[in-house]
Ligand binder design. Structure first.
Ligand code: PHE
Length: 446
């Protein structure tokens, strides 16, 4: 068992680094754009407060008490049938699936940092051709950038909790905040700023469908890194006497502020140049570069800063996606960190390469199963099925399986009785039901 612990601000930085990722800067804005803005944002915020935060605290609690990998946590904390409950730790494998496509997207971001320096596309059409070409035709470039992102991530995790993960987060997170703050201040000077605020914070309920409501719930999971043992695993390295409730709260606040801030920045540009907010996943890779290019050299500076920030956010999350499986192999099989990561890399790398080729037009038919490309399968399987399932299992376990007295003994140090009761109710009933609804919706209606 490894014993390295995070330093004082190390845990908050690392957990916030995990939470703040492509989900905040790439996914949240385009989802808000597609689902009508304000009403979606409000539902997402309510979900973060009433469900996300509760499960977050539950995950931290499990890691804190067990101080083992996610499989051991279930095994040890179950009052009986630990040998069966250990299978609830299936979530340590979800990371392998997520990492393979997550590092592909970070690779795209790397390429866009280069493009931002010298050749921003000038129209939305040419930007679309550029993006389509990168993903669907010129696989070699994409492959090279994927390798960079992939091995950088693995290298950081090989260096361990303190010298790798904590260090990277302590450097990159403040830089990320500074870049976003600068972009935010600049966006305040543009005409689109007011429209962006209106779009994101003025709920128009007629635009909120049942599906978008449930999408907001699902996204709250993804954005807080819940349901795959990441937060549980990081919490095993918590410094002694850390106020786990306060830290969880802070991470949720940082994550939310960054998502909203990024949303405001992006929509300011969109409205400033009269572009459409509802363009889906291409919002950041297609519309933004074309809009930035209209600002001349300043546009290049803004574009480089934006994609660098996105890369930082992505890397600190990618690292947290690998750590649960790594700790599991170290802990249960006595492997060294290097050996455990070699094994994980081999499997993840093969998945990643298959996912790349599933998007390349001439090869895609080899990697299309049940009518879906392998890239989309990985994304769907993890965010539609495995993460919500993991979150529900954690909520159920802490709410119904663990002894209440044990849970109370730890949390009552940091919560008043009323807050504890509210939290417990939320974990037991609200979180489990809401997640079940999300899954039923995703599996059968979309
Ligand atoms: N929270 C990260 C993001 O918003 C993604 C993530 C999911 C990280 C699950 C770790 C575990 O991009």
């Amino acid at each position: 068992m490894e014993t390295a612990r995070f330093g004082r601000i190390g845990f908050i930085m690392a957990a916030a680094g995990s939470a703040v990722g492509l989900g905040n800067i790439w996914k949240f804005p385009y989802m808000a754009g597609q689902n009508g803005g304000g009403a979606f944002v409000l539902v997402y915020l309510l979900t973060v407060v009433f469900i996300g935060l509760s499960i977050f605290i539950a995950e931290v609690l499990m890691g804190r008490i067990s101080r083992g990998d996610s499989v051991s946590a279930f095994e040890e904390l179950a009052p009986k049938h630990g040998n069966l409950w250990k299978y609830a730790g299936f979530m340590v494998f979800t990371g392998i699936l997520i990492l393979s496509f997550y590092t592909i997207v970070i690779g795209w971001i790397f390429k866009y940092i280069f493009i931002s320096f010298y050749s921003l596309p000038t129209t939305v059409e040419s930007a679309g051709t550029l993006f389509g070409g990168m993903v669907g035709v010129e696989w070699f470039q994409q492959f090279v950038f994927f390798n960079m992102a992939f091995f950088l991530t693995i290298w950081i995790v090989v260096r361990g909790v303190k010298r790798g993960i904590e260090k990277v987060n302590i450097i990159l997170m403040p830089l990320l905040v500074i870049i976003l703050l600068a972009l935010f201040l600049y966006s305040m000077t543009l005409d689109g700023f007011q429209d962006a605020l209106h779009f994101l914070f003025y709920p128009d309920w007629s635009k909120l469908s049942g599906t978008s409501l449930l999408k907001a719930v699902g996204h709250a999971f993804f954005t807080l890194s819940l349901g795959m043992g990441t937060i549980m695993t990081y919490a095993t390295s918590l410094p002694k006497n850390e106020d786990i409730v306060k830290s969880s709260f802070m991470v949720a606040v940082i994550d939310t502020l960054i998502a909203l801030g990024a949303g405001i920045i992006i929509f300011t540009f969109i409205f400033h140049f009269n572009a459409k907010p509802s363009q889906g996943p291409g919002l950041v890779f297609i519309s933004l570069p074309a809009l930035f290019s209209q600002l001349g050299i300043l546009g290049n500076v803004i574009s480089v800063s934006f994609f660098v920030a996105l890369a930082f956010a992505g890397i600190t999350s990618a690292v947290s996606i690998v750590e649960p499986t790594t700790l599991y192999l170290i802990n249960r099989f006595g492997m060294s960190r290097a050996k455990s990561l070699t094994l994980i890399s081999i499997v993840t790398y093969i998945f990643g390469v298959m996912a790349i080729f599933s998007n390349v037009k001439v090869y895609s038919h080899y990697f299309t199963y049940f009518g879906k490309g392998y890239f989309d399968i990985l994304d769907y399987l993890s965010s539609a099925i495995l993460l919500p399932l993991g979150g529900m299992v954690i909520a159920f376990f802490v709410g119904f399986v663990m002894q209440k007295s044990r849970v109370h003994a730890v949390l009552s140090k940091y919560m008043s009785e009323t807050v504890f009761n509210l939290w417990y109710f939320s974990v037991k009933y609200i979180a489990t039901t809401a997640v079940a609804l999300v899954m039923i919706n995703k599996l059968f209606f979309s």
